[in-house]
Design a protein around this ligand. Sequence first.
Ligand code: GLV
Length: 350
Amino acid sequence: MPQPRVFITRHLPGPALDFLKEKCRLEVWPGELPPPPPELRRQAAISDGILTLLTDAVDRPLFGAASDRLRVVSNMATGYDNIDVKAATEHAVLITRTPGVLSETTADFAFALILVVARRVVEADRYVRHGRWQTWGPETLLGCDVHDATLGIVGMGGIGRQVARRARGFGMRIFYNSRTAKPGLERRYRMQLVDLDRVFAESDIITLHAPLNPETRGMVNQGRLRLMKPSAVLVNTARGPLVDHAALHAALKEGRIAGAALDVTDPEPLPADHPLLSLENVVLTPHIASASIATRSRMAMLAAGQLVEALEGRPPRNVVNPSVIPRWRERMRESGGYGQKSAEMPFISP
Ligand code: GLV
């Protein structure tokens, strides 16, 4: 049986590409930037599977352009807001994602940002580098304590719970908000489920770990920011559009909240003249919360493994649209497997 044809939208860390090369005919997009949408659509028309990143728009036009042979889109991310899941389901294409393997690493980074923004570490670094430090000052760069503070966790999935685990070590009081109550975790981390407004009104530090969907888009709006204490800080390692950036800018500029640390923004990257870039009390990082060598290799390997499973006719574990599985099985049976046609492969990975 011919090998399936697979397109990968960027070079990947770790052993994932070697693994895929054994199983598939591979084309890897060679650019540092994502393939432009027409290229992605062209690939959808000639591939059995695609491995995508969160920067790729896997939209309805892509599924419209896809040929009958496209069976799976494996997204190397826990979030999948870059994918039109409804369109994928209509076309009987499996969508997979990579939850779990990045939770600890992302929680480490969320905690790093919590400490950095609460204790004004980046401002302090600038203060030293720019020659402003003259002497030890009893009132220099005062921040807020993290130990014993009240932490508000928005979203209690795999990452939220790892943040809670870390917060226990800092003796924090923990509020959380989630679509479903987690009584087991509440007992383990001594935390309390409260409504979103209470999270914002009573927390010293608020950290976002919710997925982006129509319900959560813009949840941190002017009203919620107004509920926050003037000493409180906001940390976002989830998705930029959860936060209304204009409202956040106003709150920070007017000193209505103490600071923010954003690993994700809307858009990404922010334009060079974006007003948030001019504020001292904002820490900005380039969407790197899961970026440890080990975790990015694990994510790539999980995405590659799920792609191969799907192409070999075994439903992978982390399918976003499981309702499609019976139709997908039917398609696999009808075609007698994958890879009906070979195609040009101009960008074979090394
Ligand atoms: C990163 O943001 C991810 O969704 O994995």
